[in-house]
Design a protein around this ligand. Structure first.
Ligand SMILES: NC(=O)c1ccc[n+]([C@@H]2O[C@H](COP(=O)([O-])OP(=O)(O)OC[C@H]3O[C@@H](n4cnc5c(N)ncnc54)[C@H](OP(=O)(O)O)[C@@H]3O)[C@@H](O)[C@H]2O)c1
Length: 332
């Protein structure tokens, strides 16, 4: 079978598509014929040795897949060979076949496209956990989302809207803001890409305040970090919750803590993968619920690009260059 391998750390153009032996499932595992693999920002970091987890080289990136069970390992009765499943696998999805823990597979609802099915575990799982468990977002509150057309950002827009919040979308282009509005954002603003000057930071704060009637956001969802974080924190409402999701801009921000005192607000860390590892039962119950909402059409994951395995590096490049909207998927 073919796999797009990271044989050495570097840019996505240096992934190598190679023939490798089919993986055989061990105890508690299944081998899956991969029909689609969702791409996430951690894939960008993994291949550059910038992520907190470091798989041994060579490895295939790709942490979430949809496909057909090919073979079940010892002790596995569910899922069975022939079943269509969605699985969270950490890495290994940029391949024609991959291994998954049987306990980390969910039956794919009928009628769901493989690309869509492979695109939502990590992003919707993260944003669901962030908004429901960490921020406890309530109907009628205001949610501001940075990077609102990206993977976790667009999921946050949809979930926030479904909870009944008023959603404000921030993104680096008008096209991205429009996409977020099409997915449930009530209003939006465009911020500059790249490093922000003091004036541009001030404008970002003012945009959030203007769009929240001068109050600021009750919940701020920040997967971007860098220069965007402090001005966003300055635009929090009293009692607000600022969600630290990630640092796609590259830099981990350092913020003046007096802002939390002045606003009576909280900075709340979010680490979905660790939360699921600590309470897998709840994590998978959430994923079942999200899958049900998608099957019912209440959430609509947006797949903007389907890239063949032979050109898998291009998929990661789209995220790195800030060109991805919603989700990019690799299709073996
Ligand atoms: N905490 C958790 O449990 C968890 C789980 C999953 C992901 N994450 C993190 O969340 C972040 C987003 O992940 P994702 O999969 O949603 O990625 P994504 O689809 O690429 O979205 C990231 C967004 O960040 C913005 N951005 C700002 N500066 C950027 C830059 N220099 N390069 C690329 N994007 C930039 C872009 O929006 P604009 O152009 O509109 O600014 C982009 O849409 C990552 O840091 C990831 O590690 C955290």
């Amino acid at each position: 079978m073919k796999a797009a391998l990271c044989t050495h750390y570097g840019p996505p153009e240096e992934l190598e598509v190679k023939d490798v032996p089919s993986p055989r499932p061990g105890k508690g595992q299944v081998a899956i014929t991969v029909r689609a693999c969702g791409v996430n920002f951690p894939d960008v970091l993994l291949i550059q040795d910038k992520y907190q987890f470091k798989p041994a080289l060579p490895f295939a990136p790709g942490g979430e897949i949809a496909g057909i069970v090919k073979e079940a390992g010892e002790g596995v009765t569910n899922p069975k060979p022939g079943d269509a499943v969605i699985a969270s696998i950490g890495h290994g999805g940029f391949a024609e076949e991959a291994l998954a823990d049987a306990a980390r597979c969910i039956a794919m609802p009928e009628g769901l496209d493989f690309a869509v099915a492979s695109s939502f575990f990590i992003t919707y799982g993260t944003s669901w956990h962030a908004l429901r468990d960490r921020a406890v977002l309530k109907s009628g509150e205001t949610l501001a989302v940075l990077g609102a057309a990206g993977g976790v950002g667009l999921a946050a827009v949809e979930i926030g809207h479904a909870i009944g919040a008023r959603v404000i979308a921030g993104a680096s282009t008008a096209e991205k803001v429009e996409l977020a509005k099409a997915h449930g954002a009530d209003d939006g603003f465009v911020y500059p890409a790249g490093r922000l000057s003091k004036e541009q930071q001030k404008a970002l704060s003012e945009d959030i305040k203007r769009l929240t009637g001068g109050n600021g956001a009750d919940v701020l969802f920040d997967p971007v970090g860098g220069d965007y974080a402090e001005p966003a924190l300055r635009a929090m409402n009293w009692g607000g919750r600022y969600l630290v999701i990630g640092f796609a801009a590259g830099e981990i921000p350092r913020v003046p803590l007096n802002l939390t005192l002045l606003k009576g607000c909280s900075i709340v860390g979010v680490f979905w993968g660790a939360a699921v590892a600590r309470d897998p039962k709840k994590g998978f119950a959430d994923l079942h619920e999200i899958t049900r909402w998608i099957a019912e059409g209440r959430l609509k994951p947006h797949v903007s690009a389907r890239i063949p395995l032979a050109r898998a590096g291009e998929a990661i490049r789209l995220l790195m260059d800030r060109k991805a909207q919603g989700k990019v998927v690799v299709v073996p």
